[in-house]
Design a binder for this molecule. Structure first.
Ligand SMILES: CC(C)(COP(=O)(O)OP(=O)(O)OC[C@H]1O[C@@H](n2cnc3c(N)ncnc32)[C@H](O)[C@@H]1O)[C@@H](O)C(=O)NCCC(=O)NCCS
Ligand SMILES: Nc1ncnc2c1ncn2[C@@H]1O[C@H](COP(=O)(O)OP(=O)(O)OP(=O)(O)O)[C@@H](O)[C@H]1O
Length: 197
């Protein structure tokens, strides 16, 4: 079974591309969603997060306070490194378990979607990597529409925490262009056929 990573900067369209792969029957692991699930449900990690970032990390209902954590982590490189170091190993283990279950079901390939495949070292668990590419101005406009609570400055700060698109393009095995010029579906169909061959 091929383990395919799919990455790209904030707002590049990873989730949209993954939805197309899903409609073709490919199982998709959503690292962002799983990271938040593990942060909320793993009791040891909850304690470690509270010890690192204070009691505000979880609200009165015990829910992860994403707004607080985003403010703390995205403003301060040391805090972001701390958060990544606590969370990423859990996601790596969670993915390994999920991938083994998919393999037992006989899938030809699976996808792991993550904004930080290279930065987190997760690429080492993967056979090949797809980068979804869109120019920065398009990504900013998409995220402003999708996340009304984020300002243009918030988005620029997050972009500054991610590997440059140039480097991701250079390192990728495949590129999907989501630049409002090329159609997505033919690109996804080509890759799906290659992964099943
Ligand atoms: C800080 C958190 C709580 C903010 O949550 P929030 O819902 O506001 O934002 P969301 O998760 O949608 O992130 C917005 C975008 O920021 C980018 N991003 C997320 N985490 C990181 C990070 N650690 N470094 C750089 N960019 C990141 C992604 O492009 C993402 O889509 C959350 O991003 C988080 O827990 N991050 C740490 C875990 C992580 O690294 N997740 C990403 C892949 S595993
Ligand atoms: N080709 C497209 N045409 C129109 N809207 C698009 C297109 N691709 C993505 N979008 C929209 O842009 C926004 C960002 O896309 P998406 O959530 O897939 O990006 P992402 O790479 O997963 O981002 P993040 O790293 O922030 O999770 C979404 O609201 C999505 O619906």
């Amino acid at each position: 079974m091929l383990r395919i990573g799919i990455t790209g900067g904030i707002g590049s369209g990873k989730s949209v591309v993954c939805r197309l792969f899903q409609t073709l029957g490919a199982p998709v692991y959503d690292s962002d969603a799983r990271a938040k699930w593990v942060m909320s449900h793993d009791l040891q990690l909850r304690d470690e997060l509270t010890a690192a970032f204070g009691p505000e990390t979880f609200d009165n209902q015990g829910q992860l306070n994403r707004t607080y954590l985003a403010r703390v982590a995205f403003q301060d490189p040391a805090q972001l490194a701390r958060l990544n170091a606590l969370v990423h190993p859990h996601v790596g283990r969670d993915f390994a378990g999920w991938a083994a279950a998919q393999e037992a079901e006989g899938h030809a390939y699976i996808l792991k979607e993550a904004a930080l495949l290279y930065e987190s070292g997760a690429y080492q668990q993967l056979s090949r990597i797809i980068t979804v590419f869109a120019p920065q101005a398009i990504r900013q406009a998409r995220v402003l529409r999708r996340d009304p609570h984020r300002t243009p400055e918030d988005i620029l700060i997050i972009i500054g925490k991610q590997m440059s698109e140039e480097e991701k393009l250079e390192r990728a095995d495949y590129v999907v262009y989501n630049d409002d010029e090329q159609l997505l579906l033919p690109q996804v169909l080509r890759l799906d056929a290659e992964f099943r061959a």
